[in-house]
Design a protein around this ligand. Structure first.
Ligand code: NAP
Length: 254
C-alpha cells in the first residue's frame, strides 16, 4: 500500500512537537504514512501543494485563511470559522475543528467553567475555537490587539468585547490565545486570583507571572495532545489516546 502524506501547515513551526506525535502514532498502529512540516509564505503558496496531502493540520496564522483553499467544512468548523484539521475525501478537501473541544476539555479538567467570568485574549483561530466552546456556558469577554476583531467575534458568539489596554481584574479564568511568549499582552493586574490558561505549549512570561502571583495555571500541552488525538481519528478512523500524544509531545519538547 503506498504511503499517505500528512503534515502541519503554518509559520515558524520548525520546533513543533506535532511531527513526533503523529509519526509515533502512525508507527504504533502500523499505518504506512509520513508527516512533514510545511511553512508557506502565504495562503496562495499553499494552493499549489494542498492536493498532495491525504490530510494536514493547520496552525498559526492560517486557521481562518485556509478556508480559501479547501472545498468545505463540517458544520462545527463552519460555525467556528476556523479549521485546524483538513482531510482529503476523494478530490475534495474537507476542514474540521478539533481545537474547540480540546481547549474546553483541557480547561474543564482543571477548573469549572459553568457561569464563570472568562477573559479570552486574542481573536484568531484559537480564540474562535474556545469562544465557540464556552458560548452559552461561561460569561465570556474577548480582548484583542486589533479591537475590531474582538468586537466582530463577540457579535458572532453573542458575548462581550473589551479594550485590551484597559483590561481590569475580576476574572475566574483568563485564556491567552496569542503567540506572545516573552511579554504579557495585557496588564498583569488583570490576573488577580484568576485561573490562567496559556495555549502556548512552551514556557511563557504569562505562565511565569501567573505562577509567581500565586494563580493556578496551565499551558497548552494537554490541548495540543487532545486536538492531535482527535485529528488522528478523523484521518485514519483509528483511536489513539490523547495521553499517548501528550507523552510524545513531552518527549519532543524536552
Ligand atoms: P492567529 O489566528 O494568527 O491569531 C493570533 C492572535 O494573536 C490574533 O488575535 C492577534 O491579534 C494576536 N497577536 C499576535 N501577535 C500579537 C502580539 N505581539 N501582541 C498581542 N496580540 C498578538 O493564531 P492562532 O492559530 O489563533 O494561535 C494563537 C496561539 O495559540 C499560538 O501561539 C498557537 O500556537 C496557540 N495555539 C495552541 C494550540 C494548542 O493545541 N495548544 C492550539 C491552537 C493555537 P491581531 O488580531 O491584532 O492580529
Amino acid at each position: 500500500m503506498p504511503s499517505s502524506m500528512y503534515g502541519l501547515v503554518g509559520q515558524n513551526i520548525g520546533k513543533s512537537p506535532s511531527q513526533h506525535m503523529f509519526v509515533s502514532a502512525f508507527a504504533a498502529l502500523g499505518i504506512n504514512a509520513s508527516y512533514m512540516i510545511f511553512e508557506p509564505n502565504s495562503i496562495d503558496d499553499l494552493k499549489d501543494f494542498v492536493h498532495g496531502f491525504a490530510g494536514f493540520n493547520v496552525t498559526i496564522p492560517f486557521k481562518e485563511s485556509v478556508l480559501e483553499v479547501i472545498d468545505g467544512t463540517d458544520r462545527v468548523a463552519g460555525e467556528i470559522g476556523a479549521v485546524n484539521v483538513v482531510k482529503r475525501n476523494g478530490d475534495m478537501l474537507q476542514g474540521y475543528n478539533t481545537d474547540w473541544i480540546a481547549a474546553v476539555e483541557s480547561l474543564k479538567s482543571k477548573t469549572p467553567v459553568l457561569q464563570k467570568k472568562v477573559a479570552i485574549i486574542g481573536a484568531g483561530g484559537a480564540a474562535r475555537a474556545i469562544a465557540y466552546g464556552l458560548r452559552g456556558v461561561s460569561d465570556v469577554t474577548i480582548f484583542n490587539r486589533t479591537q475590531e476583531r474582538a468586537e466582530s467575534l463577540a457579535r458572532i458568539f453573542k458575548c462581550s468585547a473589551g479594550k485590551l489596554d484597559e483590561m481590569k481584574g475580576g476574572w475566574d479564568i483568563v485564556v491567552n490565545c496569542t503567540p506572545a511568549s516573552d511579554f504579557l499582552p495585557f496588564p498583569a493586574s488583570s490576573l488577580a486570583n484568576a485561573f490562567v490558561f496559556d495555549m502556548s505549549y512552551r514556557k511563557t512570561k504569562l505562565l511565569e507571572t501567573a505562577e509567581s502571583a500565586g494563580c493556578r495555571a496551565m499551558d497548552g500541552k494537554e490541548m495540543l495532545a487532545r486536538q492531535a488525538s482527535l485529528a488522528f481519528g478523523i484521518w485514519t478512523g483509528k483511536k489513539i489516546g490523547w495521553e499517548y500524544m501528550l507523552e510524545k509531545a513531552s518527549e519532543a519538547l524536552k
